[in-house]
Design a protein around this ligand. Structure first.
Ligand SMILES: CC/C=C/CC(=O)SCCNC(=O)CCNC(=O)[C@H](O)C(C)(C)COP(=O)(O)OP(=O)(O)OC[C@H]1O[C@@H](n2cnc3c(N)ncnc32)[C@H](O)[C@@H]1OP(=O)(O)O
Length: 719
């Protein structure tokens, strides 16, 4: 857990050895305490260097240990002892120094960082604060404004930025450990008092209160209802106003308020869920660690609409040659100009040169004959997509992977028109595709494990969080969205307003409520799909009573909004009104209010007062209920996959953990009871009927979300 060696006859080299990230587990803390004691007591030792095995200094506390009782020596006294020691201690930072790892570096009297190293205090992203002196030492070292920014955002910084801020003493391109040993030898006998950061006085700006107020406002705006960043601000205030001995107590009190909170549990769950999601498994036994992805050097994108353009940018910026195809010259030229602009802006922001030489634009599918992989991103129309796939089947070499960016159509039906169904897979990007991190990899029943592995690995290469899902209408994300949005529109019928529903959802933590989000995405797409499926428009079966389709409740208000040409932000009118087409400042529109009143009076609906609690329960429990069905159907392998999809694709607040984790936090029994209640009140809404899996989990005593998988006995997985 920590290796102790004597090097250069007088330097104690302590190496943390806890792969993969040398986390400060109880065993590591114990070994470190012993090693430090040995180094400080051995008269041969004149200096100490601390480093991490395998080119990684330290990834911080062992997050897995947070779930249990604290074992082993606490970190704060250990770090205080290192700082107070009479022998110079040098941190040799390679890879990462994060959280407790960064706090360890802060107590070392000197820091040497490899030029590729990254440092940061990401505790806030786990719902806690840097409680091993980080909130007290960092402001003393780099000042309040810079420390506040790093602590409240959890941002990682480069070694170069750490040098500029005065956190590290030297950045090297050589082996940081060897450089640190030489540095340590030179530091022997130099006075250490000025190197003990806890002894420094925090440089305090004259307008401290005003600064803290501004940061508090920013944090509240960015992360509504999130506790940890506010606690971080209070801890930093203590660093400015109290001596270290008192500040560290305040830090510990604030940590106690966060440590066992639901938010901390949710955020730590998200950390592991994100990592679990990449570990896909098929019933055949093929999985992430036994299926080799193909190397992708070249790709083609068909369709240069919003999605296609974003996908081209995502591929080109990781060094993949891309051929972009459009059907008309004008569309091709417009798409080309937009892609080039996007890539240039992206490159400027990242301080690199734009990889324009990797791009080719063409009107001919014949140009795709040699590419490794094609992603079709044409209009959401099955007949059109089938034509494209048939054509690709003829044009591309037999080994080319054929992928579709459909957001909900049958991937297997597309595979069926090709000569290589095993090489067909869905790659469902989210708009804008070069920004959004989520990728649903849709596994058809005939997709080979190599094909899935390749799509998952390509997603990772593009910086996406890829989740393997089964093939059904809407896959996971969009399938779950329907009951959620249905509830929102039913609530409108019953007496709520778009702004009331949005406010309840935004207070819950969503960046945007359902109606503001729909206005942003555009209302016409859903309207067209509803018309095509005969739910509205001339093809509606006249035998349907009003407000019912296929024997279920149906709300036609979204169709009525579209019939007025209100398609959302792009037309300047939607559920809200905007200053101009394309405007983003949403204001409640009296015309929508009138429409709702007329609608309710036409159908003799007596509007009632609807509480925020009912809004949250009906929208979110219906969402989770569909998630349980998705698990039963084998469309998602684990609740973590569903949660990751909602966190990264649909703006579900991270501090709530995702819809499935949220349901588990509320209590499955309570969710079941509320769904039963609402289903009784609305028996014509099947989505409110509790799913068999939810009932089964409650009958099994509501086990923790991480163990649900053991209770899902899916007859046939669709993965
Ligand atoms: C009182 C003292 C309090 C201190 C507070 C803290 O220190 S809180 C912890 C702060 N540290 C972090 O938040 C860092 C979390 N880790 C990361 O950001 C990344 O893992 C990494 C270190 C940047 C490495 O990224 P990379 O992409 O290379 O690897 P993975 O993310 O896939 O991780 C590999 C496996 O390691 C597990 N893991 C990572 N960090 C920790 C950790 N701190 N504790 C426990 N486990 C950790 C991760 O879950 C992966 O595990 P697998 O089983 O392989 O999925």
């Amino acid at each position: 857990m920590a290796r102790y060696e004597l090097v250069k006859r007088s330097v104690a080299l302590i190496t943390l050895t806890n792969p993969p990230v040398n986390a400060l587990s109880s065993a590591v803390r114990h070994a470190m305490a012993k090693s430090m004691e040995q180094a400080l007591n051995d008269p041969k030792v004149t200096a100490v260097v601390i480093c991490g095995e395998n080119g990684r200094f330290c990834g911080g506390a062992d997050i897995r240990e947070f779930a249990g009782p604290l074992r082993g020596p606490p970190l704060v006294p250990l770090l205080d002892a290192i700082e107070a020691g009479e022998k110079p201690v040098v941190a040799a930072i390679e890879g990462v120094a994060l959280g407790g790892g960064f706090e360890l570096a802060l107590v070392c009297h000197y820091c040497i960082a490899h030029f590729k190293a990254r440092l940061g205090l990401p505790e806030v992203t786990l719902g806690i604060l840097p409680a091993a002196g980080g909130t007290q030492r960092l402001p003393r070292l780099i000042g309040i404004p810079a420390a506040l920014e790093l602590i409240t955002t959890g941002r990682h910084i480069s070694a170069q930025e750490a040098l500029k801020l005065g956190i590290v003493d030297q950045v090297t391109e050589q082996n940081a450990c060897e450089v640190a040993v030489e540095f340590a030898l030179r530091a022997v006998a130099k006075p250490l008092s000025s190197r003990r950061v806890s002894m420094l006085t925090t440089p305090c700006p004259p307008d401290l209160d005003a600064l803290l107020e501004v940061v508090t406002m920013e944090v509240k705006k960015k992360a509504r209802g999130v506790m940890a960043p506010l606690a971080c601000i209070q801890a930093v205030r203590a660093a400015a106003t109290m001596p270290y001995s008192k500040g560290i107590k305040r830090e510990s009190e604030l940590m106690a308020t966060l440590f066992n909170s639901g938010q901390a549990r949710a955020l730590q769950y998200c950390f592991f869920a994100q990592r679990t999601a990449g570990k896909w498994t098929l019933p055949s036994g093929a999985q992430w660690n036994n299926s080799k992805p193909r190397e992708i050097r070249s790709a083609a994108i068909i369709g240069l609409g919003t999605m296609g353009r974003g996908i081209v940018v995502s591929l080109a910026r990781v060094g993949i040659s891309v051929i972009a195809v459009e059907s008309e010259k004008k569309l091709l030229e417009t798409g080309k100009q937009m892609v080039i602009g996007m890539l240039e802006r992206d490159a400027k922001r990242r301080g690199v040169s734009a990889s324009l030489n990797l791009l080719k634009f063409t009107l001919s599918l014949q140009d795709l004959k040699d590419v490794d992989l094609v992603i079709e991103a044409v209009f959401e129309d099955m007949a059109l997509k089938k034509r494209v796939f048939q054509e690709l089947s003829k044009v591309c070499r037999p080994a080319t992977l054929l992928c579709t960016n459909t957001s909900g159509l049958d991937v297997d039906a597309l595979a069926g028109v090709t000569d290589r169904p095993h090489l067909v897979v869905g790659m469902h990007f989210f708009s804008p595709a070069h920004v959004m991190k989520l990728l649903e990899v849709v596994c058809g029943p005939r997709s080979s494990s190599e094909t899935i592995a390749t799509a998952m690995s390509l997603g990772k290469r593009m910086g996406k969080v890829s989740v393997a899902v089964g093939n059904c209408p809407g896959f996971v994300g969009n399938r779950m969205l329907k009951p959620y949005m249905d509830q929102a529109t039913f609530l409108l019928e019953e007496g709520a307003t778009p702004e009331q529903i949005d406010k309840a959802l935004e207070d819950f933590g969503f960046a945007m409520g359902v109606f503001r989000m729909s206005d942003l995405a555009g209302l016409d797409v859903g309207w067209r799909i509803r018309k095509e499926s005969g739910l509205t428009g001339p093809d509606v079966d006249p035998k349907n009573p009003p407000r019912r389709r296929h024997g279920r409740r149906y709300c036609p208000i979204p169709d009525m909004v579209c019939e007025q040409g209100r398609f959302g932000q792009k037309t300047g009118r939607g559920w809200y009104m905007y200053d101009k087409p394309g405007g983003t400042n949403a204001k409640p529109d009296p015309l929508i209010q009138n429409l709702l009143e007329m609608y309710r009076s036409r159908y003799a609906i007596q509007p009632r007062n609807i509480s925020d609690q009912e809004i949250i329960e009906r929208c979110l429990f219906a969402l989770a209920n569909e998630g349980f069905r998705i698990l039963e159907d084998g469309i998602a392998a684990r609740p973590e996959d569903i949660d990751v999809i909602y966190l990264f694709g649909y703006g579900f607040p991270r501090h709530r953990g995702g819809p499935m984790f949220y349901a588990s936090m509320v209590g499955l029994e309570r969710v079941l009871e509320r769904l039963e209640h609402y289903h009784q009140a609305h028996p014509d809404v099947p989505h409110l009927e509790p799913s068999p899996l939810l009932k089964k989990l409650v009958a099994c005593g509501s086990p923790s979300v991480q163990t649900w998988r053991e209770h899902i006995k899916t007859m046939h997985s669709h993965l």
